[in-house]
Ligand binder design. Structure first.
Ligand SMILES: NC(=O)c1ccc[n+]([C@@H]2O[C@H](COP(=O)([O-])OP(=O)(O)OC[C@H]3O[C@@H](n4cnc5c(N)ncnc54)[C@H](OP(=O)(O)O)[C@@H]3O)[C@@H](O)[C@H]2O)c1
Length: 250
């Protein structure tokens, strides 16, 4: 319980009226973030490639009384990403929070990994963060501030076998996040990297060798972390958070 005189009281829970774009919002962690931010009062714009599940999530949010918009988008496509941000501005006239969460995993040893798998992993986990961030910066700068949260992975720091592209993409995205934070902090844009360990989501559906689902984090664990960062007082920034299952690397 926060006493009424707490100096940061005005900031806490103040997502009402804020507009959040969430990439990868149709499933897994992104879907949980969408529900978490909507419950905290934000209007949410969901992006993913496949329209039907995306619209289903948006419809579920609207049924719960939230404002939600589904914008089918391939976040590796620069023109599509510009369209996502423009649609957000057309409908809601602002963009306060960008959650860069979309990403795919493809795994295999360097000897066997194909160039097309390499490009797919690097483009969705790294290039997309640059594209979405660049497009979102313009309205954030015009508004006088904003918040960018990049959902990365513990693979940004820990080398996993047969994961060269994924680890390289996440490590690159962590470096990108830190450079970005330095570039925009004077403009009142706060940037955070979230590094989860294994989370039980559809990410693992096509991966035959996977850790025990029971021991993994739940999507809500990561979503709650993201929402709490969004609710932090404006006088602080959490730059990096590692969120792990209690048993650590599984
Ligand atoms: N699950 C884990 O154990 C784990 C652990 C650490 C970090 N992460 C990271 O957390 C993020 C979310 O993972 P998740 O587990 O929630 O995965 P997920 O359940 O497979 O969901 C991935 C989401 O990203 C979207 N997506 C993928 N490629 C896209 C593209 N090019 N353009 C737009 N949307 C795209 C997917 O929709 P479409 O396919 O319809 O586009 C889907 O909405 C990823 O960055 C992942 O690397 C996951």
């Amino acid at each position: 319980m926060i006493p009424p005189t707490h100096p940061n009281q005005a900031d806490i829970g103040a997502l009402s009226g804020k507009v959040a774009v969430i990439t990868g919002g149709s499933k897994g962690i992104g879907k949980a973030i969408a529900f978490g931010l909507a419950a905290a009062g934000a209007k949410v714009v969901l992006a993913a490639r496949t329209p039907a599940p995306l619209e289903q999530v948006a419809a579920g949010l609207r049924e719960g009384g939230a404002e939600a918009l589904a914008v089918p988008t391939d976040v590796t496509d620069a023109a599509a990403v510009r369209g996502l941000v423009q649609k957000t501005l057309d409908v809601y006239q602002r963009l306060d929070i960008l959650i860069n969460n979309a990403g795919i995993g493809r795994f295999g040893t360097v000897a066997d990994f194909t160039p097309s798998d390499w490009d797919a992993v690097l483009n969705s986990n790294l290039k997309a963060i640059y594209l979405c961030t660049q497009s979102a910066l313009s309205p954030m700068l015009a508004q006088g501030g904003g918040q960018i949260i990049n959902v990365l992975s513990i693979a940004a720091k820990v080398p996993f076998a047969a994961s060269s592209a994924y680890c390289a993409a996440k490590a690159g995205a962590l470096a990108f996040t830190k450079v970005l934070a330095g570039e925009v902090r004077q403009q009142n844009i706060r940037v955070t990297a979230i590094l989860p360990g294994s989370v039980h989501t559809p990410f693992w559906d096509d991966i035959p060798q996977h850790p025990d689902f029971e021991q993994m984090l739940k999507p809500d664990h990561v979503a709650d972390t993201v929402v709490s960062v969004c609710q932090q007082p404006s006088g602080m920034v959490t730059e990096e958070i590692v969120v792990m299952p209690p048993l650590g690397i599984l």
